[in-house]
Design a protein around this ligand. Structure first.
Ligand SMILES: NC(=[NH2+])NCCC[C@H](N)C(=O)O
Length: 358
């Protein structure tokens, strides 16, 4: 029970982490094609860990099933001799150890390729369909209600399983195969061919219903939790101070110095009377900000950068929540800060002109 739970959390952290970061850095992040591509990369990344995890799960579960069968048979036969095989894996770790000793390290990656074949289309269709549905069902102002998140998440999960289910069937068979060194299948194509030939095409979708029934609530919950987590991390008080940029410049000496170095002809012209009036109206804010201690200014500056970085993420799912918001350093904050230079420079020029006049 605890290993699947930890496993799901870990895998979802990879999926949404990779997808979110990809979306953040990709050109045109809002296009559905980008969502699909980022989903594919996320699917690929998580398949590296899910394949060995699913292998162990399959082996441990199959062993339990075999054990139950053996036990009831032996009970009927009033013999306990066959029960000895039951405890071949005492835990998932024990299973890993035994796979490595009997099949080598490569044994842990049995089914890796087919997992990639399943998860690349699986996760690209997952994110594509979620984005498509949540956008189609969004309200006029673009907001997405919790009901829409749940429904889109549920359908996205079910849809992704619907189209990848036959691949999943092959994956499960390949991973279950080869216990104790006996392999029934020679590879993906052979497994697919023999399964269809011996059991009919229906084998490709056997058990689909229960998978879909599982996928709907699981993925509705997943998207809801991810969306609400992102929201919680992104929720910042609205910046109602229209003169914030003044404090920004005051807290950033460098920008001021650079702005002051810009030759006068390039600076904003404030000759029209209205501009002067608005420039002078800034004065109380400038004075107040100048009065603040240097420490306060530095704090405020840091805060602005954090907020700026967080604002980069949008409500659209897939932007990583600023989990490290408290730290808020590093290249992202820097890139974001650079993007704001325009604003700061404009404000700095205004300040510069003002100071000449005063
Ligand atoms: N076919 C896929 N791999 N689809 C992606 C959905 C994954 C999701 N974590 C689930 O288990 O339902």
């Amino acid at each position: 029970m605890s290993s699947p739970m930890a496993g799901v959390a870990f895998v979802n952290a990879i999926v949404f982490g990779v997808h979110g970061n990809m979306v953040k850095h990709i050109q045109n992040p809002d296009s559905l094609r980008s969502q699909m591509f980022c989903g594919a990369v996320a699917g690929f990344s998580q398949s590296i860990v899910t394949s060995p995890m699913e292998l162990v799960k399959t082996r441990v579960q199959l062993q339990t099933e075999a054990c139950v069968t053996t036990k009831s048979l032996s009970c009927a036969a009033t013999s306990s001799s066959t029960v000895t095989n039951c405890s071949s894996y005492t835990s998932p770790v024990d299973c890993i150890r035994k796979i490595v000793t009997t099949e080598g390290w490569r044994g842990l990656f049995r089914g890796q390729l087919i997992t990639v074949f399943r998860d690349v289309p699986g996760f690209s269709s997952y994110f594509l369909s979620y984005e498509y549905m949540s956008r189609s069902w969004a309200s006029a102002d673009g907001s997405v209600s919790p009901a829409v998140v749940l429904a889109a998440g549920g359908f996205a999960g079910a849809f992704s399983w619907l189209i990848t289910y036959p691949i999943d069937m092959v994956k499960s068979r390949l991973q279950a195969d080869g216990v104790g060194g006996v392999s029934k299948y020679r590879g993906i194509a052979h497994c697919l061919k023999t399964s269809v030939a011996t059991e009919g095409a229906g084998v490709l979708f056997r058990g689909l219903n229960s998978s879909l029934i599982r996928a709907f609530p699981t993925n509705a919950a997943t998207f809801a939790v991810v969306t609400w987590t992102i929201k919680t991390f992104q929720e910042q008080p609205e910046q109602d101070d229209t003169h914030q940029s003044w404090r920004d410049i005051l807290a950033n000496g460098d920008a001021l110095v650079q702005a002051a170095a810009i030759p006068t002809p390039l600076q904003l012209s404030f000759t029209p009377e209205s501009s002067w009036r608005s420039a002078v109206s800034f004065l109380p804010q400038v004075m107040a900000a100048s009065a603040a201690t240097e420490e306060e200014q530095e704090e405020e500056h840091q805060e602005t950068r954090c907020r700026c970085w967080q604002r980069q993420g949008t409500a659209v799912l897939g932007r990583l929540p600023n989990l490290f918001g408290t730290v808020c350093k590093g290249p992202e904050a820097f890139t974001c800060w650079r993007a704001r230079q325009e604003d700061v420079f404009a404000a700095a020029r205004l300040h510069h002109n003002l100071s000449i006049v005063l």
